[in-house]
Design a protein around this ligand. Structure first.
Ligand code: PBG
Length: 344
């Protein structure tokens, strides 16, 4: 009887190795043919910081990133489009005197974000404009929702009252012309509430990109510096997810899908590739991943010190996020990466 012998197969007639995976890596041409994941500028969403001032401010906390005036923001978005990047997401720095405990400025139709949306849409009608829905830039406590102190003196963010305000914020973005609203607050039930609020005002075509699995991460530090939006007191552990949890992310994904989300986001990205993969397998919705400010800075600072090859490290990090299952990637490297792809 013929015995199946793996050893024989591998060794071949003359006892040498037959199965040689390296044949598929031997030239750039063959590597191109067998490549499983290819990044394109169309995968990217560019996060853009903006402020009320007429100057542009390079950010100390994020080298290579700038907070733009309205006029520059429109130009920057135009450059992104020219590079093939289809979407931007807006992050405003709100003046201190406009911040309040209930963050009313977040639904001012003449506020910074609605004006930015209108300016972007007027200049670039084809650009997909995404807005962040959460109170932290507007809230005098620096939290994503309304803060209360309970009888024991413990701070907590009030869920349902916050959701009502988030609905007003999303509506004000929709009225200004936003294509997608992206709630990043992690309140319970906000996707469903925002969906009904949008539909009730006739904005059935405005999409919801839910920050489904947003972890309470140390890697948001530089972003909070860029917007002066760090919590004044306490932390975000009572609403953002515990980095130790994966099954909980699937629970959030199921809820968001049921509540009518159009896309699901995982954030941060690089340390949470397993979460991206599992959500991708569990849901049929497209998955977005956010390579956050701390991930950006890790590569940026190591490259500045001469310890890493920036281009190679950036492309590798973004490719890994796409390989894990992300259909779109929010990254501060988006413009630079798109330029590099163009050179290739
Ligand atoms: C706020 C928000 C944060 C980020 C995006 N939206 C900060 C936070 O939750 O504290 C972080 C993005 C980054 O670090 O690049 N809702």
């Amino acid at each position: 009887m013929l015995k199946f012998d793996v050893g024989n197969l591998r060794r071949g007639a003359h006892g040498d190795c037959v199965i040689r995976p390296r044949r598929n890596r031997q030239s750039a041409a063959i590597r191109a043919l067998v490549r499983e994941t290819t990044l394109t500028p169309a995968d990217f969403i560019l996060p853009i910081f903006l402020h009320e001032e007429s100057c542009d401010t390079p950010l100390d906390s994020m080298p290579g990133v700038t907070r733009w005036s309205l006029a520059s923001l429109v130009r920057e978005a135009g450059e992104a489009m020219a590079l093939g990047i289809p979407a931007v997401v807006l992050f405003p720095k709100i003046e201190e005197n406009l911040k309040s405990p209930r963050g009313e400025e977040c639904h001012n139709d003449d506020g910074l974000v609605p004006r930015a949306i209108r300016a972007l849409k007027a200049a670039h009608p084809e650009l997909c404009v995404i807005t962040d829905v959460a109170l932290d830039p507007y809230n005098s406590d620096g939290h994503d929702g309304v803060v209360r102190r309970d009888a024991r003196g413990r701070l907590s963010v009030i869920n349902d009252e916050t959701v009502g305000i988030l609905c007003r914020q999303a509506l004000s973005h929709a009225r200004a012309g936003a294509d997608i609203v992206a709630p990043s607050d992690m309140m319970d039930g906000r996707v469903g509430a925002i969906r009904s609020a949008l539909d009730a005002e006739g904005f059935t075509e405005v999409s919801i990109l839910s920050y489904t699995a947003k972890y309470a991460s140390a890697f948001y530090g530089p972003f909070r510096g860029a917007l002066d939006s760090a919590p004044k007191e306490g932390d975000k552990l009572g609403y953002q997810m515990d980095p130790a949890n994966l099954r909980e992310a699937l629970r959030e994904a199921m809820l968001d899908e049921d509540e009518g989300a159009d896309m699901l986001m995982v954030k941060p990205a690089g340390f949470y590739l397993d979460v991206i993969t599992r959500i991708r397998e569990t849901s049929t919705l497209p998955v977005a991943a956010y390579q956050v400010s701390g991930e950006y800075l890790m590569i940026k600072s190591a490259a500045a010190a001469g310890w890493l090859d920036e281009k190679a490290a950036v492309i590798e990090s973004l490719t890994a996020i796409k390989r894990a299952g992300a259909s779109m990637i929010l990254s501060y490297f988006a413009m630079q990466a798109a330029r590099w792809m163009r050179e290739r």
